[in-house]
Design a protein around this ligand. Structure first.
Ligand SMILES: [Cu+2]
Length: 64
């Protein structure tokens, strides 16, 4: 389980964009998005660096 904090993720549109960005990556079993805590949890075998790259490419900064 990979947990990332995305300070710029503020609404359902952001959540949808992140889900869309992660969808093509191999090895993702589930994506949990908590807008209140601005946290994304990714379950599965996806490479953390690939997950981070896809999120950054979608226009979000990763705080942790
Ligand atoms: Cu938004």
């Amino acid at each position: 389980m990979l947990t990332l904090t995305l300070p710029g993720m503020t609404c359902g549109g952001c959540a949808a964009a992140i889900r869309q960005a992660l969808a093509p990556l191999p090895g993702i079993a589930a994506v949990e998005i908590d807008l209140k805590d601005k946290r994304v949890q990714v379950a599965g075998e996806a490479k953390p660096e690939a997950v981070r790259a896809a999120i950054i490419e979608a226009g979000f900064e990763i705080a942790a």
